[in-house]
Design a protein around this ligand. Sequence first.
Ligand SMILES: [Zn+2]
Ligand SMILES: [Zn+2]
Length: 172
Amino acid sequence: MSDSLTVSFGSLHSGPVRRAWRLEDPAELLGSLPADLEAVELEVEVVGTMREGVRARGRVRSTVNCTCRRCLAALQIPLDAAFDAWFRAEPEVTAGEDGIWGVSEKAAEIDLAPAVREEVLLGIPAYPVCAVDCAGLCPTCGVRLADEECTCPPPGPDPRWAALTELASDEE
Ligand SMILES: [Zn+2]
Ligand SMILES: [Zn+2]
């Protein structure tokens, strides 16, 4: 089990706390993620008190292993995002609203994991492509069109349109 992503209120009494973590298995602390991620690195500076609220600022970095949505080439996309989360005593706040997270008044520490998870989820590309002009795969033979020119004939007119054209000419 990795070191959990927590900072105790006690450690904040003497000023800002700087912490860094490297999560070799991100899902272990962040929960299951919709993409395959390399180790997640988190660097934060945490400052504040339970009464006034605690602010954690820093960066989250990782690498997302995914495939091009058009040609299926393997991709490694860097994830590098600013991290900025406020933690305030409940019940003043709803979890995660505008980057503000509730903390139980009885808590001895803040847990950064839900806020880090949110930042990681936002950093995972929804539609990764290897190049903005990726030509994708030939729909007939499946070759990756950026690698080789296939010999498939260009796609003919859609048979559904042909049927409509026939109908139209019958009516004349
Ligand atoms: Zn591609
Ligand atoms: Zn082809």
